[in-house]
Design a protein around this ligand. Structure first.
Ligand code: FAD
Length: 449
């Protein structure tokens, strides 16, 4: 009973939240248990408490982005990154409020802002806050500031380490609340854990990836300026994955270089011998896929993600809504189910609503048609610019269109959406308006930042 409970995704997810809150508040609990220095007054203690909470939150940010499988498997990368963003803003606000309270309550502390005369404990606070401001600005306005993704990622890591390192240095140097040896030990342990996560992501993970290389077996053109990259594991068994999941790919270069890109697998999840990714040529990296030669080395970090029908054994069927390259996870779901169907006697119906610009852009049009022979699959193509003789759906996937196709008993199905951000937003809203329960709607965003 106990182990069953522990395996329930809801219980596991709740445990992670509990652990997060516990670690964030632990330094405060310790401050309460151990008497704080006397005579400093409520507002100063309150301001310090905010500073401690912010520091713990920022240190924990490393665990959110370290791609720890167990945490990822409970929520999915979308939700984790969303949480990471919101928490950064909360921590940022606390970091700013912390000195503001001090400046109001003890105006003489304003002198600490004079960088040249201030002691090191104050210098570290100022530098840490500036690093945090730079981190927040370059993240929220990355695209407006025209910072390319790769340099941004490096800058983000450096600023994060600086912020936490300087914050911790400030807290230890102030000393009032960390004077006791074991409180300093606690904070050093939190900082070391954050550092270990960094080492894990930068060195340990790439090391294990290096030991399990793949070779490019084929690069195949598809409709819609998409290229399918087929990989074969070399000297190991490859990975099994739940259809709909994704992995981070490094091509040609060493995984230590950290120039990896996330892509959903588009092939059968039960065939680790040949793993396929279908990639739309859109930017610097994706435009090079067509020139990749068979035999090129590749490395995979994955599988990740919770965008999979596998989690919904009880669902009476599935509605898959794709736009453009958002078809890749759906393709994997359908191909895998088609192969498994006979073996599992799974007769559940699939409805695929697939939006493309023109008929020529429809990636996998022939393959999807063939899958109808193997699966109870209905495909509704929606074209924005249909050919003259087109009798199918045209325009956008809106409420009226969805109403024509999704089952009347909405809650009997699980709904999966993967498309451009605007289409995802509109489809999600339309599904809400059509009384689809929010817990039955699952989304995969291809633009993480
Ligand atoms: C979970 C997931 C699954 C995806 N599956 C597919 C798929 O099956 N097929 C497909 O064609 N695309 C997929 N993508 C999108 C794909 O990862 C990006 O299009 C690609 O990384 C862009 O790289 P680029 O250098 O060609 O483009 P650029 O023009 O350099 O970048 C365009 C945008 O892509 C994002 N990006 C760029 N580099 C990275 C990176 N290293 N890591 C993360 N994001 C980056 C940034 O937001 C950037 O602004 C997926 C994305 C995610 C998050």
């Amino acid at each position: 009973m106990r182990s069953l409970l522990m395996r329930s995704p809801v219980v596991v997810a709740a445990c992670w939240i509990g652990a997060y809150i516990f670690i964030t508040l632990l330094p405060l609990v310790i401050l309460l248990v151990y008497p704080a220095p006397v005579g400093r007054g409520f507002w100063i203690d309150f301001s310090v408490a905010l500073g401690f909470i912010a520091l713990a939150m920022m240190a924990l940010q490393f665990s959110l982005t370290a791609r720890i499988n167990r945490i990822e498997a409970s929520y999915g990368i979308d939700i984790i990154l969303q949480f990471h963003r919101y928490i950064s803003l909360v921590a940022f606000a606390l970091v700013l409020i912390h000195p503001l309270i001090l400046f109001v309550v003890q105006p003489e502390t304003l002198q600490l802002l004079n960088f040249f005369t201030a002691p090191w404990r104050a210098k570290m606070a100022v530098l840490g806050t500036l690093a945090l401001i730079a981190l927040v600005v370059t993240t929220i306005w990355r695209q407006k500031l025209k910072i390319p993704y790769e340099p941004w990622r490096t800058l983000h890591g450096v600023l994060a380490v600086l912020t936490v390192g300087l914050g911790l240095g400030h807290a230890i140097a102030v000393g009032n609340y960390l004077g006791l040896f074991w409180k300093a030990v606690l904070w050093t342990a939190i900082a070391l854990a954050a550092l270990w996560l960094l080492v894990y992501v930068r060195l340990v993970k790439p090391f294990f990836m290096l030991k399990k290389p793949y070779l490019v077996e084929e690069v195949r053109p598809e409709h819609g300026n998409v290229w399918t990259l087929a990989l074969r594991p070399r000297g190991h068994e490859g990975i099994r994955f739940d259809p709909g999941q994704f992995a981070w790919i490094t091509l040609e270069i060493s995984p230590f270089r950290m120039r990896e890109h996330p892509f959903s697998m588009s092939s059968n999840g039960d065939n680790p011998e040949r793993i396929e990714f279908s990639i739309k040529a859109l930017g610097d990296f994706t435009k090079t896929i067509k020139d990749v030669k068979p035999g090129t080395k590749a490395f995979l970090d994955g599988p990740y993600g919770v965008f999979t029908t596998e989690r919904y054994e009880d669902s009476a069927g599935f509605v898959l809504i794709a736009g453009g390259i958002g078809i890749t996870p759906m393709m994997s779901i359908l191909v895998t189910q088609a192969e498994r169907k006979a073996e599992r006697k799974d007769e559940r119906p699939y409805l695929l609503i697939y939006a493309s610009k023109t008929w020529e852009d429809v990636t996998f049009s022939e393959e999807l048609d063939k899958l109808k022979e193997k699966l109870d699959l209905t495909i509704v193509h929606v074209l924005r610019e249909p050919p003259e003789n087109w009798s199918g759906e045209k325009g956008y996937v809106d409420k009226e269109l969805l109403e024509r196709y999704i089952p009347k008993r909405r809650a009997t199905r699980q709904y999966f959406i993967c498309a451009a951000p605007k289409m995802m937003e509109q489809v999600e809203l339309a599904l809400h308006q059509l009384d689809v329960p929010p817990t039955n709607i699952h989304m995969e965003h291809f633009n993480l930042v």
